[in-house]
Design a protein around this ligand. Structure first.
Ligand code: ATP
Length: 344
């Protein structure tokens, strides 16, 4: 059952088409990640779902009810945004209890819910403190607890981990996923970080310039990109792309391999790879070069795990290979994915 549905949603600010025709259907209990570069319309889309922004066109349904023109409080949602403002003069308990007090819930029920949410997030021991006595990660969890006590049907999280350092971010991601699964709350999570998106999402919607370019599982988005934007936005380094026979050919750096690595029976295409530079990164080796015979200026990268130890030297040409299944083809003009083409 779809809990949240977005149909033909648009938001234009004068000439700026911040969101320009988005359709989404989010299933019960699903964690959908909205991934895209800065300015692609992620926050505007979330603000419309939350009821903080009036759409220019289109509809939003939550639990089969059209809520497009309802105020935020009439939608059973909770939000945690990047700047998860806690009230500095209130204790952590009061911060978490705030939405329940605003709803005038009975005192006992409030205490019970605050204790429940803080135990899920492991912050029971902090309830008497003030926000300034907490670390960034702890404050983050308080903001999530404040969202949880509302027992929302849908949780909207807009870059909620972006204020944390890299290590804390990884553990917060882990925690978030655990409690989201445990409680089965339908969640929409916005980020511009592909690692966060791949690690968290049941599905990912990749946005660019106000539109969803592709929606699918992390595996689908990574291995079967719908267009060149998705192909190059995900992956580090991104997919190699070059022009051949009037179309664009793409393959991932980790699928571009030196001779002798694949089994002889694997169906492969070989490319003469002129090696420019080799970079050792510990677990991986990155090899930068160009494919001879392809259009000029085609920079190509091979990413080899340290388990592949074959010697590769700069200024030499090697026959690197790609398995047929790993070659992706795109229309040269539209960038859209097309059927595999002959390469000779
Ligand atoms: P970021 O990751 O940087 O937060 P985003 O993907 O969330 O970016 P939005 O904040 O939704 O992007 O903005 C999308 C576009 O709409 C941007 O070009 C932005 O400048 C524009 N925009 C957003 N809000 C307004 C507004 N109130 N008035 C005019 N333009 C706006």
């Amino acid at each position: 059952m779809a809990v949240v549905e977005v149909k033909g949603l648009k938001k234009h600010f004068g000439n700026v088409k911040a969101v320009n025709g988005v359709d989404l259907s989010i299933q019960k209990g699903e964690l959908l990640v909205i991934l895209g570069p800065s300015g692609c319309g992620k926050t505007t889309l979330m603000r419309m779902i939350a009821g903080l922004e009036r759409p220019t066109a289109g509809d939003i349904l939550i639990g089969d009810q059209v809520v497009t023109h309802l105020p935020p409080r009439a939608r059973k949602i909770a939000m945690v945004f990047q700047s998860y403002a806690l009230y500095p003069h209130m204790s952590i308990f009061d911060n978490i209890a705030f939405p329940l007090k605003a709803r005038r819930e009975p005192k006992d029920a409030i205490r019970q819910k605050v204790e429940w949410a803080s135990s899920i997030l492991g912050i029971q021991h902090l309830l008497d403190r003030k926000p300034r006595q907490l670390s960034g990660g702890e404050r983050q969890r308080v903001a999530l607890a404040r969202a949880l006590v509302k027992e929302p049907d849908v949780m909207l999280l807009d870059e909620p981990l972006s204020n944390l350092d890299a290590k804390l971010r990884a553990s917060a991601r882990d925690e978030l996923q655990r409690f989201q699964r445990q409680l089965g709350i339908t969640t929409i999570f916005v980020t511009h970080d592909q690692i966060e998106a791949m690690g968290l999402g049941d599905r990912i919607a990749v946005m660019y310039a106000g539109q969803v370019r592709q929606i699918g599982t992390p595996q689908e988005i990574y291995h079967e990109p719908a267009d060149t934007f998705v192909a190059t936005f995900l992956g580090s380094p991104p997919m190699n792309l070059f022009e051949r026979n009037d179309c664009l050919v793409g393959f991932r750096p980790e699928n571009f391999l030196p001779p002798g690595v694949l089994q002889p029976e694997d169906k492969v295409t070989a490319f003469p790879f002129h090696v420019g530079r080799v970079e050792y990164l510990g677990s991986d080796r990155l090899i930068y070069g160009t494919i001879e015979g392809a259009a000029e200026q085609n920079k190509t990268i091979s990413k080899l795990p340290s388990t592949i130890t074959v010697d590769i030297e700069p200024d030499k040409v090697y026959e690197f290979v790609v398995q047929a299944k790993d070659l992706k083809f795109f229309d040269k003009n539209t960038g859209k994915r097309i059927e595999p083409q002959p390469l000779d």
